[in-house]
Design a protein around this ligand. Structure first.
Ligand code: FAD
Length: 459
């Protein structure tokens, strides 16, 4: 029996690893593990991501049930569960899609060794990104650390025939109906052609409930998996205005693989270049995490490690609660906790306010976003925070500091977004800024400058 292990790919269509498992013959038994190593660290019992995953796994199971199969779902620690899974199904092969986070890489290595020690085989595939870290490299070798040249190389790699030198190597032969107009890296994996190879299950085991795992259902609403083409077509014009429905809200689906990145990228190619660029940012930050895993715990640029943060708990609490007295910051922070979402423009403004005006460690902010964002993705969240703090790869220089007032005037001029989330704005109840712009800006520049000079001088 072959096991297909679902992780960040909660779908049974256009799924690289599932397709390869089914194509190799059968029977293929799909498996999902609610990972206690991860769940035990979550602080909120109504964590919306757990509800989302539970719902998505249940929907995925319905697809399998229609084919006479069923997903087998476990709750526990993967390293402890796998010996039992291998035994239960007499597994001789494990197929899965690659996960690039350091925890997942270590875990997968252990499971790979386990199945191999029993004479079986391990097969992993690229599915979560369009191009992996090693696929887009500088001409001189090594990974890119700046977005624009990375983006150009990415585009060349996607459509070699459009590149200035007229071509290169195709990365994989076209699959599916062989439509010649699809870039090879976006060609679909037609799993449904091989569903006959799914393991037939007559008496499926129940999926553990949220309650079994110590969670309750969140009432946060999840965005749909499809987006109007018109929205993507005008994305470059609407994406910066937080009061508008101007972005796709697909982040949570990309994160958990409830949609296919290849399908969405292919559709976007004909609709909006700026949107394609955002998908390239996603690959870029994954590429950074894959090539520079130290970013998980430290700044990409080591000289930023010595910034003397204020560690001001009261300011941090005000920021988290949306009570800083800076309207667009407060609106964003409240949107985050209420909906699990924050608009990208506002993520940049709130992150900048925390790391520059409040001089609070970006890692505190990163952790708060990680706790609340539905679309939380280690690579992009870390990349976004390091960008805001100035210590990342292609980061905002430390002396360029957002003025929340000008951002407000430019991107929410009628205060529509602010009024939606901060009803007391404009009344006597609304506080003065905890740190005022001019003071905060000057303090940040002086502090960063001194710390960087010290790091340079080795002192
Ligand atoms: P759209 O604007 O519709 O973009 C489409 C997709 O492109 C997104 O869903 C996402 O997958 C990708 N994308 C867009 N912008 C970026 C970007 N700057 N970097 C990487 N991918 C991008 N994105 C996450 O997916 N997870 C995170 O945890 C995350 N944390 C962030 C933290 C900070 C401080 C900042 C500044 C940005 C962060 N982002 C994160 C990037 C971006 O804000 C979100 O991807 C975007 O707001 C999600 O909304 P959307 O799906 O409507 O995006």
């Amino acid at each position: 029996m072959t096991i297909f292990w679902h992780r960040r790919d909660l779908r049974a269509f256009d799924n690289a690893g599932l397709y390869e498992a089914l194509k190799a013959g059968g029977p293929v038994q799909p498996v999902f593990i609610f990972d206690k190593e991860i769940l035990d660290k979550l602080e909120d019992e109504n964590d919306a991501r757990v509800t989302f995953i539970h719902q998505s796994v249940s929907e995925l199971n319905e697809v399998y049930r229609e084919e006479g199969s069923a997903i087998r779902v476990y709750y526990g620690k993967p390293k402890e569960l796998w010996p039992q899974i291998i035994e239960e199904f007499g597994a001789t092969a494990i197929y899965t899609n690659r996960d690039y986070e350091p925890y997942a890489q270590d875990r997968d290595l252990v499971i790979k060794k386990l199945i191999e020690s029993k004479g079986g085989s391990w097969h992993d595939f690229k599915d979560h990104v369009i191009f992996e870290g090693h696929e887009i490299e500088k001409n001189s070798g090594g990974p890119y650390t700046v977005f624009t040249p990375y983006m150009r190389k990415w585009r060349e790699k996607l459509s070699p025939s459009n590149s200035p030198d007229g071509g290169g190597q195709l990365v994989s032969p076209p699959r599916g109906d062989g439509r010649g107009d699809i870039p090879p890296a976006l060609a679909p994996y037609p799993c449904e052609d091989h569903y006959k190879n799914l393991n037939q299950v007559s008496a499926p085991k129940p999926i553990p409930t949220l309650k079994d795992m110590g969670f309750t259902k969140s009432d946060i609403e999840f965005p749909p998996t499809s987006v109007a083409r018109g929205l993507i077509r005008t994305y470059d014009e609407t994406r910066n205005y937080p009061a508008q429905e101007g972005t796709s809200r697909l982040g949570v689906h990309f994160r958990h693989g409830t949609i296919s990145i290849r399908q969405k990228a292919l559709a976007a190619l004909d609709l909006n270049d700026t949107y394609v660029n955002e998908l390239i940012w996603r690959d870029f930050y994954s590429n950074i995490l894959q090539n520079f895993p130290h970013v998980v715990d430290a700044p990409f640029r080591p000289e930023y490690a010595g910034i003397p943060w204020t560690d001001d708990e009261a300011h941090f609490e005000a920021w988290k609660a949306g009570k800083t007295g800076v309207p667009i910051v407060d609106a964003g922070m409240r949107e985050l906790v209420a909906t699990g979402y924050m608009h990208n423009r506002v993520r940049m403004i709130t992150a900048s306010y925390l790391t520059k005006h409040l001089l609070i460690n970006w890692q505190w902010g990163e952790a708060w976003f990680a706790r609340h964002l539905l679309d939380f993705e280690l690579a992009s969240n870390n990349g976004g925070w390091q960008w805001a703090a100035g210590c990342g790869t292609d980061a905002q220089p430390y002396f360029r500091i957002f003025n929340a007032d000008s951002q407000q005037k430019k991107f929410d001029p009628k205060y529509e977004y602010v009024k939606r989330w901060v009803p007391e704005y404009g009344t006597s109840e609304y506080p003065e800024p905890v740190v005022e712009h001019k003071f905060g800006r000057e303090r940040a520049i002086a502090t960063y400058k001194e710390a960087l000079a010290k790091a340079k001088g080795g002192g």
